[in-house]
Design a protein around this ligand. Structure first.
Ligand code: F1P
Length: 355
């Protein structure tokens, strides 16, 4: 059986390659546009996976450019506009939507237009409402998907944000690092797909927890969502150290806790790994390299060996958790391409005076 979602997960390196080439081709135009903004507030807005990639992307944008960025769900832009946009600052809004037709994100973009706030839309569909509303639009057309759930579109639109940050900061070293992702992504998928499949077949796992800090928190949320929507499993996401402040109570031997280990926070994140393992959980550690002293706390290990810093390597973490979720769905007799109660685009009923 051909499973589109799994094909799309494995196609990620190709789609990253196209995304890098596309942004580099448009580099001059983007640089000129972004140069008109300085000391601005950059707001990334999306729904579902597009919101989660905004969470990661905004942390990276801020880190690379040194300017203020944040992520908000598009619904907050339309419902609580006044609290989100301070009048005194210059704003650039990035509405993000794979389909470009999600109601809240389209309305958020329209709302910005009505308030003369500039928008740079990120999407996978040029033929979309979002593309027609935004002042500028970037289209990752090779990241468009047949599947309902977002996989390669998630990491490719995240990569667009990383590239935009690199272009804005005129940071050639960073852009060169992002150019290495396609090759490194292929290596990770080849090496670890078998592990993800094996782990997905562990019937005694009843609860999945995904943990990450900084730019990895958005990835933890997205991994949680993949597991929930495709495999209908109990799945939660937390900032790694926040997990100790209450949620750790749920841990038992039927819990798989996945750690997305960062370079910056490794020391403290590994202490949480130690705690969780001592409480009897199963653990999966995705990291650059696991220090030997912690290897006995990890039941399963994915070592990326990318030699890249957090802000460039984080895309490489996603194929593993996406494969884990889609294979778990197949093992439960579910179709990962068609999750229950979900469609590719969520369109709200049109009410005359809404928003
Ligand atoms: C947003 C989204 C997806 C989700 C599902 C429904 O879509 O919430 O994240 O997987 O397909 O829509 P979009 O605005 O990015 O097209």
């Amino acid at each position: 059986m051909l499973v589109n979602t799994i094909e799309e997960i494995k196609d990620q390196p190709n789609s990253w390659d196209s995304t890098v080439n596309y942004l580099i081709k448009n580099r001059q135009r983007l640089k000129e546009r972004l140069d008109t903004f300085s000391d601005a507030v950059y707001t990334f807005a999306g729904c579902g996976s597009s919101y989660y990639l905004s969470l990661s992307g905004s942390v990276i944008f801020m880190n690379v450019t040194g300017e203020l960025a944040r992520a908000v769900p598009s619904s907050e832009v339309i419902l609580y506009n006044q609290t989100i946009f301070p009048q005194q600052s210059k704003n650039l809004v990035y509405p993000i939507s794979r389909s470009g037709n999600t109601t809240e994100t389209v309305r958020a973009a329209q709302n910005m237009k009505n308030h003369d706030i500039e928008t740079l839309g990120l999407t996978c569909s040029s033929n979309s409402e979002l593309a027609s509303i935004c002042d500028h639009t970037l289209v990752a057309s090779d990241a468009a998907e047949k599947s309902v759930v977002m996989t390669k579109s998630f990491t490719s639109m995240l990569l667009m944000i990383q590239l935009l940050a690199g272009i804005k900061a005129k940071n050639k070293t960073y852009i060169d690092q992002l150019n290495l992702l396609p090759g490194k992504g292929e290596d990770v998928i080849d090496k670890y797909e078998k592990l993800a499949k094996e782990l997905s077949n562990q019937r005694d796992i009843e609860r999945f927890i995904f943990l990450g800090q900084g730019p990895y928190y958005g990835l933890a949320c997205e991994s949680m969502l993949k597991m929930k929507e495709m495999s209908l499993s109990v799945s939660e996401a937390f900032h790694t150290l926040e997990f100790r402040h209450g949620p750790i109570s749920v841990v038992n031997s039927n819990t798989l806790v996945t750690f997305l280990i960062s370079e910056l926070g490794e020391e403290l994140e590994l202490k949480v790994l130690e705690d969780v393992k001592k409480l009897g959980a199963k653990t999966l550690v995705i990291c650059e390299r696991l220090p030997k002293t912690f290897s006995h706390y990890a039941d399963y290990v994915v070592e990326l060996n990318s030699r890249l810093p957090d802000i460039s390597r984080l895309n490489l973490y996603m194929p593993i958790t996406q494969l884990l979720a889609s294979h778990r769905a197949l093992n439960k007799g579910l179709d990962p391409d068609n999750p229950r109660h979900l469609s590719q685009v969520v369109v709200l009923e049109q009410g005359e005076d809404e928003f």
